[in-house]
Design a protein around this ligand. Structure first.
Ligand code: PDD
Length: 317
């Protein structure tokens, strides 16, 4: 069956889906996007994704193309029309179509396009053995908190990774500290068992998977630090991993060709991945009601191995 896309009010076969050549997304990357997973027809963390979309739009003074509730209906209808139960939804909103001029045009209507596709899992060998990562300078702008379609440094970075036989590139700021991956958030488990990921600020995207994994870890009583870490710290870590909507929780087993610990996926990482998969199957609203208590699913062995000390979150019974 051919795939169906949504383009500015119409459901059309993907092959026929078109946007105007003077769309500002095309000419200026003047737009934002979201990638959401769905499992059994239900969108994973739909609320947090739409909240982030709202923030990205507000930061760029782009209006919602329709009410949030209407957008949710379109997302569901597109999934239904593609007869997919599990997959990924891509949605993009740009400032709209106007004669090319840098300043915001007056009276434009934002453009909205949406596609869905089958989930493309991480290659089986990378999932089983863990990912190799290379480090590169972070050459992006100072508003990486906005989920903008302007992704050229990310594209170039991912290509450097692939050409070097790696799965991801971790970008490094001027102080030698890891910001994030080109399409993922970066994490380590230190020798002391502290789970560390960079704090939210303009230098990184506020990953929805990052937030879910943080809740999960805190709920399980892991010691968690939201702070920058250096490349040297990462190379000396007990474990490393990355997170995203499409990669879930993926072990990182080498950085710049240097093995992390024994070069095999870490126990905390695997436990978090397992717990995340289970949690993903739940509806986000159920999860919220549950106060993200699904963190309790992390096996005690991983918790004991991964972290000591009290982060004040209260360990599960
Ligand atoms: N990428 N950092 C960057 C730069 C990203 O592009 C992404 C997501 C993430 C992880 O965010 P989340 O957990 O919300 O997926 C972090 C998406 C998947 C993409 O561009 O395809």
């Amino acid at each position: 069956m051919s795939r169906i896309a949504y383009v500015n009010g119409r459901y059309v076969p993907l092959r026929e889906a078109e946007v105007h050549i003077e769309d500002r997304g095309y000419q200026f990357a003047d737009g934002v996007y979201e990638v959401m997973g769905f499992v059994g027809g239900r969108l994973v963390d739909e609320g947090p994704h739409l909240d982030r979309l709202d923030r990205s739009l507000r930061e760029l003074s782009i209006a919602w193309p329709m009410a949030r509730r209407a957008l949710q209906l379109v997302m569901r209808e597109l999934i239904r029309r593609n007869t997919l139960a599990d997959g990924m939804l891509y949605l993009q909103i740009t400032r709209g179509v106007a004669r090319r001029e840098h300043a915001f045009p007056a009276g434009v209507t934002p453009s909205l396009v949406m596609t869905v596709r089958r989930a493309r899992p991480v290659p089986a060998d990378v999932r089983a053995k863990g990912a190799a990562v290379v480090t590169i300078p972070d050459i992006r702008w100072q508003r990486c908190d906005i989920k903008s379609v302007s992704l050229l440094p990310n594209v170039l970075g991912k290509q450097i990774a692939r050409q070097g036989g790696a799965y991801e590139a971790w970008m490094v700021d001027a102080d030698g500290r890891v910001t994030e991956g080109t399409s993922t958030n970066a994490w380590i488990v230190t020798k002391d068992g502290e789970l560390v990921t960079r704090n939210l600020e303009n230098a990184i995207l506020s990953g929805i998977t990052r937030a879910a994994v943080l809740h999960l870890a805190v709920g399980a009583g892991l010691k968690v630090g939201e702070r920058p870490f250096t490349v040297a710290e990462a190379k000396a870590a007990r474990e490393a991993f990355l997170t995203s909507t499409t990669s879930y929780v993926l072990p990182v087993v080498s950085i710049d060709g240097q093995k992390i610990a024994d070069g095999r996926p870490g126990q905390v990482t695997l436990a978090l991945h397992h717990a995340y998969l289970q949690a993903m199957a739940c509806h986000s609203d159920d999860r919220r009601k549950d106060g993200y208590r699904w963190g309790n699913q992390i096996p005690r062995s991983a918790r004991d191995n991964g972290a000591r000390g009290d982060n004040g979150a209260g360990a599960p019974k």
